[in-house]
Design a protein around this ligand. Structure first.
Ligand code: HEM
Length: 425
């Protein structure tokens, strides 16, 4: 047993940023540490890189079927909200194959021109619409999150899903209500403050789940009369064993993509820009960088921001991990964000080093079957957006305090006010 000074389960803990000191202390204090919960069974926090890899990889010992969230859910809730994330292989493999071909590295490379075109539109619109002085070297002031980081992932995800561009803001709003279910800026039904019992069987215990399910049903009906090549049509196709998703499985899968494909990339870009603005010489270094150098920088941004902080597993059997005896049925929370700052894995982990190579970070998970489906897409979106921004500016600075998402799950900067001097021509 260990008594912690910072409550890792409290959403409020994260409104001033990630409690890295506490994570470091726990990592050094054994790395697999029991944390009591006031509402819940308590859990093993798994904080070291090697142990997180092991917990992800050993699906024979540690299952996702009992749920992947820190919050407690009963069996009925877990069943109703189950997606491929809450399945182990082989069911997981069968479900993931429905969509995985749209997300391979090669496939994503073929999206680059489209992503770049969208990034140019988004960046140029942000600079023009928020200009405070005109002419050569114009100055623009805006919230980077709203004006740029939110726009690109939303538009690209819409293209992949095959949904109309004009529905993008609706999908973002609903996705925000899901991943921001503990933040009053994003929902009227703050999960630990309001009575959300009537939504307990919906994704993220959120009313947005109903709205997304309705939307998913409409989109499915459209594809049934007029099949297309997009991801929604792929989800409606038969799986390799000849079965089809039930309507409920389809709705949950669709909702998973909307939840996973927007905010995470947005918050990563934003955290990356903040780190770059703190060291303007890095922005200069990136100006002349090759795509390979950019790719290293993006991986460092991913490590540094580690937006998806953790997921849960449950021990199937009695097992040993990091020197601790885990009992069958114990809840475990694997903190990717802690693994990404593990001194045994990374030299100087608290230095933001855009040339770090190798950089085997675990921002997308690592070692297990659930490795992020959108990893290549997210990398490409982050690189291209930052490239197109930096190309068009002489300098960029933060003009006010950033605001952090109230969430024990997603580490996100939800507002980042900036001033930009457009590049003189
Ligand atoms: C920088 C942005 C992103 C981050 C940091 C991120 C992070 C993660 C993490 C940590 C996991 C779980 C890994 C594990 O348990 O081993 C995951 C899974 C997943 N991600 Fe992402 N993600 C990002 C972007 C995206 C995008 C753009 C999409 C889709 C369009 C996406 C779709 C998914 C899906 C569907 C899963 C579940 C995969 C499975 O269960 O097999 N993610 N992501």
């Amino acid at each position: 047993m260990d008594s912690t000074t910072v409550d890792l389960t409290s959403h409020d803990t994260y409104t001033s940023g990630v409690p890295h000191e506490e994570l470091t202390r726990l990592r050094q204090d054994g790395g697999v540490v029991w944390i009591d919960e006031t509402e819940g069974s308590g859990f093993w926090a798994v904080l070291r890189y090697a142990d997180i890899m092991e917990a992800s990889r050993r699906v024979d010992l540690f299952t996702s079927e009992e749920g992947i969230r820190l919050e407690e859910m009963d069996a009925e809730e877990t069943a109703a909200r189950r997606t491929m994330m809450e399945h182990d292989p082989p069911t997981h493999t069968r479900l993931r194959r429905l969509v995985s071909r749209g997300f391979t590295r090669r496939k994503v490379e073929s999206y680059e021109p489209q992503i770049r075109e969208l990034a140019v539109q988004v960046v140029e619109a942000a600079l023009a619409e928020h200009a405070v002085t005109g002419g050569d070297g114009a100055v623009s002031e805006f919230d980077f999150v709203e004006a740029i980081a939110t726009q690109l992932p939303m538009r690209m995800l819409g293209r992949l899903l095959g949904t109309p561009d004009e529905d993008g803001p609706f999908l973002v709003e609903q996705g925000d209500a899901l991943l921001g279910n503990s933040d009053p800026d994003f929902t009227d039904h703050v999960i630990d403050q309001a009575d959300t019992d009537e939504f307990r069987l919906m994704p993220f215990r959120s009313p947005a789940g109903f709205r997304l399910f309705d939307y998913a049903r409409q989109q499915a009906a459209l594809r049934r009369t007029d099949p297309t090549e997009d991801i929604i049509s792929q989800l409606l196709a038969t799986t390799t064993d000849g079965s089809e998703l039930t309507e409920h499985e389809f709705n949950n899968f669709f909702t998973l993509l909307v939840a996973a494909g927007n905010d995470t990339t947005r918050y990563t870009m934003t955290g990356g820009l903040k780190a770059l603005m703190e060291r303007p010489e890095l922005i200069e270094q990136l100006r002349g960088a090759s795509d390979d150098e950019w790719n290293l920088a993006v991986d460092e941004i991913l490590r540094w921001t580690s937006v998806t902080m953790h997921f849960r597993r449950t021990a199937r059997v009695d097992a040993e991990l990091g020197g601790q005896q885990i009992k069958a049925g114990d809840k475990m929370v694997i903190y990717f964000i802690s693994g990404n700052f593990d001194e045994d894995q990374f030299d100087d982990p608290f230095t933001f080093d855009i040339t770090r190579d190798p950089n085997d970070h675990m921002a997308f998970g690592r070692g297990g079957p659930h490795l992020c489906l959108g990893a290549w897409l997210a990398r490409m979106e982050i690189r291209v957006t930052l490239q197109e921004l930096i190309k068009r500016i002489d300098s960029i600075e933060q003009t006010g305090d950033e605001a952090y998402l109230r969430s024990n799950f997603i580490a996100g900067i939800k507002r980042l006010p900036v001033r930009v001097h457009a590049r003189s021509v």
